[in-house]
Design a protein around this ligand. Structure first.
Ligand SMILES: N[C@H](CCC[C@H](N)C(=O)O)C(=O)O
Length: 273
């Protein structure tokens, strides 16, 4: 018996999406890791599931990294899920629940294989214990070489402001620095103008990706906190551009594309539990 899936991406950050709202699927972290593996599975940066919430309408959306770990937020996948739900409901305004909070999204334009979507990613969590960090400290300048700023968008982010993006080679070691008890997504941002940055992110549990939506949100908030960027910036990543706006209401809104790549089906039993 095979299980259908949808393959989508946001600026090249790609996702397998499986729907277990009708019936739970036999997915374990090990099986997710195998499906996400680009050599032996379908391959993706994050694996996304839609499930039901008891006595609530709407979907509960979970995000898993290729190492099987779960993430509380995934900006690019949230735009893809919003496009998917808008197609189902015929409504351009959609709401869904994640472990990082309830997200509201608006499909600005839709076409045959994708859409332009704005997701309200909620408020950044700036306290050390929210990121989380290993001990109490000011999250504006962490005691690491390069003095990054840190916050949570529902998942942990540290942002380094650099002149040379080659600094991103430090990402792999920093992901597992003891300062981050739940590891962290490590962003390297080059400010090119008050309203424009270039960003690369070494993602927790995934490595470098072509785009990181929550990482872009974190980088813009951290740039504004540090006084090196505006509250609304164009963020250029390897896979293209998105607009991040940290509103006066403290909500961070991310606008960018969602693309449908292909639909398929897979025999889950062919992958280890
Ligand atoms: N690609 C995602 C981020 C995934 C975050 C995940 N790597 C984590 O463990 O937090 C995004 O567009 O926001």
């Amino acid at each position: 018996m095979t299980t259908p899936f949808l393959k989508m991406h946001g600026l090249g950050n790609d996702f397998i999406i499986m729907d277990e709202r009708a019936a739970p699927l036999d997915l374990t972290p090990q099986r997710i890791a195998a499906l996400a593996d680009r050599r032996r599975g379908i391959g993706c940066d994050q694996f996304v599931t839609l499930s039901r919430i008891a006595d609530r309408d709407g979907a509960f959306v979970r995000f898993f990294n290729p190492d099987g770990s779960e993430a509380g937020a995934c900006g690019n996948a949230s735009r893809c899920v919003a496009d998917l739900l808008a197609r189902e409901t015929g409504q351009n305004d959609v709401t869904f629940t994640t472990s990082g909070g309830v997200l509201h999204a608006q499909v600005l334009e839709q076409h045959v294989n994708g859409a332009i979507v704005t997701v309200d990613m909620g408020e950044p969590r700036l306290g050390w214990s929210s990121v989380p960090l290993a001990r109490e400290m000011d999250t504006l300048e962490l005691p690491l070489e390069g003095c990054p700023a840190a916050l949570s968008m529902g998942n942990p982010h540290a942002t380094f402001f650099v002149k040379d993006l080659a600094e991103a080679r430090r990402g792999e070691a920093l992901e597992v620095d003891p300062l981050f008890p739940e590891r962290a997504n490590i962003g390297f941002a080059r400010i090119d103008a008050p309203d424009r940055m270039r960003l690369r992110v070494w993602e927790r549990g995934a490595g470098f990706t072509l785009a990181c939506g929550s990482g872009a949100c974190a980088a813009v908030v951290n740039a504004a906190r540090r006084g090196v960027g505006d509250r609304r910036m164009t963020v250029e990543v390897d896979g293209g551009e998105m607009i991040i706006d940290w509103g006066e209401d403290d909500h961070v809104r991310m606008t960018g594309p969602a693309r449908i790549a292909f639909r398929g089906s897979v025999d889950l039993d062919a992958y280890p539990r």
